[in-house]
Design a binder for this molecule. Structure first.
Ligand SMILES: [Zn+2]
Ligand SMILES: [Zn+2]
Length: 209
């Protein structure tokens, strides 16, 4: 049979026209035009999970109104403007036994909501033990880090920081000015249920000469 719109030979008609003509006319939209975004870490809510903004394609594909079977989404561009997410994407898949694709431009409203991981109280899982002639190096370390705890010990001072990056930044910066030996030890303490990230408690023993 022939498509009454474009006149091409086709095996199937979708709402009276061939798959190509149908997809050209179809207004592909989202069932839910709202996304929750955490203002602290920038992650978005996809289903029950909080994921990076890179997962916006996943959010869109699970949320499409289209006749395409098992539609796949390729995100071309994402822009955040105030309370809106502007997304340009391509939807592709099968329709009436044919491969079809279409470019879609859409805006999604942003609702800012602090995610559960960011709501969790501060934890100070990285411990830097300052030993030996440590006073100057410690002063230097405290200039770099913004959130920390100090614990006075008989042999020196323990500096507790929140994450690996803070700990690494301190060690890197101290290396430039001071001479010391370092011993690292790690202990697995759990896994973040939201991000799937493993949590470690780490101890860096720094002995200054
Ligand atoms: Zn047609
Ligand atoms: Zn967050």
């Amino acid at each position: 049979m022939r498509c009454p719109r474009c006149g091409k030979e086709t095996n199937v008609l979708v709402e009276g026209v061939c798959p190509d003509c149908y997809i050209e006319r179809e207004k592909i939209s989202l069932k839910k035009k709202v996304v929750h975004l955490c203002p602290r870490c920038g992650r978005i809510k996809v289903g029950k999970d909080w994921k990076s903004i890179g997962s916006i394609g996943e959010f869109i594909s699970s949320n499409l109104k289209t006749k395409i079977n098992e539609p796949k989404v390729k995100v071309e561009k994402v822009e955040i403007e105030k309370d809106r997410l502007h997304v340009l994407f391509v939807v592709y898949g099968m329709l009436g036994g044919k491969h079809v694709s279409k470019e879609v431009d859409t805006t999604i409203k942003i609702i800012r909501e602090v995610c559960p991981s960011c709501l969790a109280p501060d934890s100070f899982d990285f411990k830097l033990q300052f030993r030996g002639d440590y006073q100057k190096p410690l002063d230097e370390a405290l200039r770099i880090v913004d959130r920390y705890k100090l614990e006075k010990k008989r042999e020196g001072i323990d500096l507790l920081v929140r994450d690996k990056k803070a700990a690494r930044d301190i060690v890197k910066s101290l290396r430039k000015k001071f001479n010391f030996e370092i011993k690292e030890s790690y202990k697995l303490v759990g896994e973040d249920v939201h991000s799937g990230r493993k949590r470690y408690k780490a101890t860096f023993l720094l002995r200054f000469k």
